[in-house]
Write a protein that binds this ligand. Structure first.
Ligand code: PEP
Ligand code: MG
Length: 595
């Protein structure tokens, strides 16, 4: 038995066979020798793919040139040169004709050898060209394979997916019933893949290093998404213990279904526990797990499929469905629809060129993403707002603007929303004229200026995933800096407190929809500071509910005071220990609940 430590990306436990997904960042390809005499067909396939890839690139370059001038299109001109390069292309053809390998394999081999030549060069310029080779190779392989090809289609029995890393697009395509857990070499706790895994209730461990090469397809492993560990070659006893834990977790969920409403405090009163949802996620589970509403509907997942940009009608149907579902949860429940929050690790293929624009941004997490993208693409924004407003006639909807950095963005968004309202009124289309508008506080500037922001909105929602990434200057998808994801860092606590106080002073409600809302120690602290809604992956609601059922309002005040009294002169780990000690003293079975 061997234990490999990683990062606890999504709580829960899984026992099962391994399915190795060898993506390795590179597109997984089939490799085989073609029948004698078929090499000509293979050559033709390659030439067609090359033609298609060049044509796509030309379209892209002219669009980029029109929009942004020469600088960005230059990168792709370099890609074009690589596609014209007689040595590189000659190598691919040689592989097909001399070694009779399939076109995908020939491309991989020729590009691998070019990469190793460039990597050995001393000149950083040439070493940097390796990335261009990667891009061109991807482009060619995608043309050869077609976008629809997904190696995960080989997945036939429920398994633990062991991968180098997964993209959000790949993750949502996997049939839920076939995934027991995710174990990845790379990734981090707040990457969107981890968030997806949580909202789908799939235990996950990220940052495992070289797990893909340490396991064999089909072998049984144990995955502990709570502790962040994977056990290879487990003993029979370890397997039995794991199965017990899985049973205990199920029992906890059942308590919520049959007990008091989720989030009810011991003394009466409540902290509203809402669910984070994305299009395509099963609604029913959310209600079964006790969610009292939907505090974050990540609309961008409508764009994260292969079918292109969703039309107004498609969006309207999706928003209406979730609004009607909220009504089923309870007559007072609402759904907070966050407008298109793309960029960073959420690369959207459906929006033309957007993917490529992000490839050329050197800092996509600081780039033209989210509300910035919408304000610079008002047509996309208008269509989405129309769809949301139309859906608001069918259930309680709140609109949430992501990545707000300054009041000007709220003003610009309000102007577009007004236009859409006027148009719908003229058309006689019903909508909720009082639809509440909220700002996400996830950029440090917004947290610091929360008083100004709060004056322009009806509610705020704290996005701690991004807030922590930006305040700590630590990329949320880079496992090398994962240790800097520190929810109890004094600066994080300071900013959250500042935002909550600003909202309270303005008399508007404040929720937390980042993953810290589901952290028994941290989420409880935000509630103690005054957050009235904690919105999280629904699978975490039972644990949080159990915690709150053991605490009174006075306990929460005491908890807040204890952290305040500890002061700022501490590391995140020390403050976490203060919190954990308090929890253990107040809730004797705390460690048993938090499984
Ligand atoms: C956040 O940043 O905390 C958040 C809820 O948004 P997302 O994780 O989708 O960026
Ligand atoms: Mg965010």
């Amino acid at each position: 038995m061997e234990t490999v430590r990683g990062l606890a990306a999504a709580r829960g436990f899984a026992v099962g066979p391994v399915f190795v997904f060898r993506g390795s960042g590179a597109i997984p390809i089939p490799e085989y020798v073609v029948e004698p005499g078929c090499d000509g067909d293979e050559l033709l396939r390659f030439k067609r793919a090359l033609y298609e890839a060049k044509r796509d690139l030309e379209t892209l370059i002219s669009a980029l040139y029109e929009r942004n001038g020469q600088t960005e299109s230059k990168v792709f001109e370099c890609h074009q040169m690589l596609m014209e390069d007689p040595v590189l292309i000659g190598q691919v053809e040689k592989q097909i004709l001399e070694n009779r390998v399939n076109a995908e394999s020939a491309v991989r081999r020729a590009f691998d050898s070019a990469r190793s030549v460039f990597q050995r060069m001393n000149d950083p310029y040439f070493r940097e060209r390796v990335r261009d080779l990667d891009d061109v190779e991807r482009r060619l392989l995608k043309c050869l394979l077609g976008f629809a090809v997904n190696p995960l289609q080989e997945l036939k029995t429920p398994s633990i997916i062991v991968a180098d890393d997964l993209t959000p697009g790949e993750t949502i395509q996997i049939p839920r019933e076939l995934v027991l857990g995710f174990a990845t070499n790379g990734g981090s706790v707040t990457s969107h893949v981890a968030l997806l895994a949580r909202s789908m209730g799939i235990p996950s461990v990220a940052g495992l290093g070289d797990i893909t090469s340490r396991v064999e397809p089909g072998e049984t492993i144990l995955l502990d998404g709570t502790g962040g560990e994977v056990t290879i070659a487990p003993t029979a006893t370890a397997i039995r213990d794991f199965r017990d834990l899985i049973e205990r977790q199920k029992e906890l969920s059942e308590e919520v279904v049959f007990g008091a409403p989720a989030g009810t405090l011991k003394s009466g009163g409540e902290i509203l526990l809402y669910a984070n949802l994305h299009p395509g996620a099963p609604f029913k589970e959310v209600r079964d797990l006790g969610a009292r509403g939907i505090g974050l509907y990540r609309s961008e997942y409508l764009w994260l499929n292969e079918e292109g940009e969703p039309s107004e009608e498609q969006q309207f149907e999706a928003y209406r469905a979730v609004a009607e579902f909220a009504k089923e949860v309870s007559p007072t429940a609402s759904v907070t629809i966050r407008v298109l929050d793309i960029g960073g690790d959420k690369i959207v293929k459906g929006i033309s060129q957007l993917n490529d624009t992000h490839q050329v941004e050197s800092n996509p997490f600081l780039g033209n993403r989210s509300i910035r993208y919408l304000l610079s693409h008002p047509d996309v924004f208008r269509t989405q707002l129309r769809a949301i407003l139309r859906a608001s006639a069918y259930g309680k909807i709140r609109i949430l603007y992501p990545m707000i950095s300054c009041v000007e963005e709220l003003r610009a968004a309000a102007a577009i929303l007004d236009e859409v309202r006027v148009k719908l009124t003229e058309e006689g289309v019903p909508f909720d004229p009082q639809i509440p508008i909220g700002a996400m506080i996830e950029v440090p500037a917004a947290a610091i200026a929360a008083t100004a922001i709060a004056r322009h909105v009806d509610f705020i929602s704290l996005g701690t995933n991004d807030l922590i990434q930006y305040v700590m200057a630590a990329d949320r998808v880079n496992d090398a800096v994962a240790h800097l994801y520190q929810p109890t860092h004094p600066s994080v606590i300071y900013l959250v407190r500042r935002a909550i106080e600003a909202a309270k002073a303005a008399g508007i409600p404040v929720s937390v929809c980042g993953e810290t809302a589901a952290d028994p120690i941290v989420g409880t602290l935000w509630a103690a500071m005054g957050a009235t809604v904690l919105s999280m992956s629904a699978t975490y609601i039972p644990v949080m509910s159990k915690i709150f059922s053991k605490l009174t309002r006075e306990d929460l005040d005491d908890y807040r005071r204890t952290v305040e009294a500890a002061g700022d002169n501490h590391t995140a780990a020390e403050l976490e220990a203060v919190c954990r000690d308090w929890m253990r003293a107040r809730i004797p079975d705390f460690d048993n609940i938090v499984i």
